[in-house]
Design a protein around this ligand. Sequence first.
Ligand SMILES: [Zn+2]
Length: 547
Amino acid sequence: MKRLLPLLALTGTLLAAQPAAAQKSVSPEKLVALKKELSTEIDKQQKATQQMVDMVFSFGELGFQETETSAYLTGILKKNGFVIQQGIAGMPTAWTATWGTGKPVIAVGSDIDCIPKASQKPGVAYHDPIIEGAPGHGEGHNSGVPLNITAVLALKKIMEREKLPGTLMLWPGVAEEQLGAKAFYVRDGFFKNVDACIFTHVGDNLGVSYGDGGGNGLVSVKFNFDGQAAHSAGAPWRGRSALDAVELMDIGWNFHREHMEVTQRSHYVIPDGGDQPNVVPSKASVWYYFRERTYPKIMEMYADAVKMAEGATLMTKTTMSYEVLGSAWPGHMNKPMAEAMYENIKMVGLPTWTAADQTLARAVQVEMKAPKKGRDGTPIDGLAMKVDSLKPPSEFSIGGGSDDIADISWNVPTIVLRYPANIPGLPGHHWSNAIAMATPIAHKGVTAGAKAEAMTLLDMLVKPEVIRTAWTYFNDVQTKDTKYTPIISKTDKPAISLNKNIMAEFRPEMKKYYYNPAKYKSYLEQLGIAYPTVRTGTAAAAPSGGE
Ligand SMILES: [Zn+2]
């Protein structure tokens, strides 16, 4: 059991056994017929898919505060016979939903949280928030779990009828924007009996990749400085400014940038900079993301930052403590599983876009001054018309974003299915990325993604070689020289109070805009939005009222 050794040493937990030989195989002809049936069934579920996508969009909940979203999604799964475990790994909004029996155990996940200040009316091609300043799905995380639910409910029917053994475990990426949950799921053993994991993430094409995708991992750390309050004018010499320490730490870090490798990304916000100018700030904090391409480099940045924070306390006679709020390894996705998924992607193909879909997409691209070409040279003009290629590992990378699905990918063979629910060429983490997310673009993109996912899950259930070769790649290639070491410690706790105040401020107003599918065919209809609403040549925009 070669694969157990490194993992045992790290987690102290006995990880999944190899999938039992009990997997039932079917003839190639039968498999083709079953996949066709999945596709037909998922097409029939388009109404339910649209409702889920629109509903989660309307909740617009930030990381760790996804209470409505989790209650709604687990409600649907429970009604369909899934066993729910709520509040896993110390996170009230985290859960698993399990159905089926025996091996293989396949985890199916996607993120559910949204972006601060990204409130936006769907289908409107310019900035027009539903509620000014409120959070919104400016990353498209409203669509992934609805996709997974659509896929597994179609598959469940076939599994029941054909008596296919296997266990499906759905789970949400809570607080992905804070890289806040997945390392805790791994640490607390929720993937220890899992044989493979399919993760879905919104994109602008149907695609999958394998190996090192060129992204960064990160550690998210908040430094809390403690000083001494005093009257800023009456007795400033008696004060010790915690804010001075924050600023000096930031200055130190910004000078240090010149001597860091180009692959690093580091950025910070100051969640607490004191209360008012005439009180010397006794407390102040600064929150950093430190990103690099490898685990040792991330940890080196982290150690450098702690030194700088200590330096800042020496300069200001303050004290300091720090806490990890999130973490992610650099990702590595499984090759045999990606190859299996890609065969299905080719079969499914891209959705048929209407003129209205393309008009919206092009108007948003003009509005956002989208580049003419993507970073890989693909032209950007409206919605994707050609299915993405199977992406091999990147040979060269200047670094980039992070996703804590990576922590799962270093413990269980994992792939990420990207599906075409959004518009190409947008900046990301932005209100414009929310525009498509409760429109026919997202609905059709999710349906296409659900088909590719359901077909690949079926492959994994009836073709034992998919998971077997996945583990061979995992053991002999991926983890041959690189062993997973968690960035979080055994005692770190998920940062579940993050975003509490923001949601408390906006939720009462947001509730008025929750989607009501009993009354309205779509969220667009509920908001009274003509699809698409685009600028009409002047600054005057088409009315989009109705609320
Ligand atoms: Zn995301």
